[in-house]
Design a protein around this ligand. Sequence first.
Ligand code: GAF
Length: 381
Amino acid sequence: MTDLGSAFRTAFGRAAEGVWHAPGRINLIGEHTDYNDGLVLPFALPRGVSVAAARRDDGVIEVRSLQADGTVTAPVDGGTVVSEGWPAERAWAAYPVGTARVLREHGTGGASLLIDSDLPQGAGLSSSAALECATALALCDLHGVEIDRPELARLAQRAENDQVGMPCGLMDQSASLLCTPGHALLLDCRSGLSSQVPFDPAAAGLTLLAVDTRASHALTGGDYGRRRAECEQPAALLGVDALRDVKDLAGALGRLRDPVLRRRVQHVVTENHRVEASTGLLRAGAVAELGAMLNASHLSLRDQFEISWPEADAAVDAALRAGARGGRMIGGGFGGSVIVLAASDRAGRVRDAIAAAYAKRGWTAPEFLDAVPSAGARRLS
Ligand code: GAF
């Protein structure tokens, strides 16, 4: 990444007081379980969003990005960004401004921020949460406010829900703030409690490839919210607080008439079991066995939750044919990335097979990233 400190001086004509970084994430397993009060198992990527920042005491937040034109300036005590109807070219700035507005209630104030990211946008690797979390850490440090990380994750989630208008769960912000190198994070999204689960694919002779399918996703569209509603509805019909509480799946399915709702319930309940089983496999050192869990998760997301997309299905299919242990789509769905677990000495062949499947269909070539479990958000300087 660029020397963000010097770029800040050029952009704002004064010195930055520090640089903060928050990573993107890959969710190993546990998709669309977070807002159902369930379990997730993400890990942090070695890529993310960095923010150089200096405090302002005039109640103004001023943001620039090396990936966008122009400066966005807004009062920290404004209403919600979503209600202000910002134009598309300023949409990216809703995340840091929204975060500043939420954190203001906890004692932070204005700042000048220069943002840089090496995460592809729309790839489902959680660039939005990384932007919120890097901003949140910077604002807390600049204004001397201490908030523990699980709480900070909830506040960043609130910024996305209330300020940006995206009804996401707690996973992405928690992953960015709480992950540690060499581990996945087992997070119980009801209690907020988490634990670190050792996850070192390389040590087991395995490679976890992230494949950006180049079919970009925009979760602020209605599909994500619709899926959320299709989970809340059966929970209400079944008389439980959240689908997490469904213990007797067959009984619950028998009580629901709508086949769509039955499929949604089936996915969420079985996906929570897959998170528990996957955690058990990791703790037992049986990393290669995760492949079967990834495959089952993908089929469930494709057929029960119905959020997969053609490029994802083709990538998983090509990877399995080339001898991968397993693979699945990750994130909110309808576009974004896939992960593939393969023996390290097969990873090249798997990559080539996916690229060939895309070329055959005339699709934009996919991008590959060796996904190594990395550190969570931190101050860099
Ligand atoms: C998106 C959301 F932001 C998360 O909260 C989560 O629901 C995920 O989709 C699906 O598991 O990344």
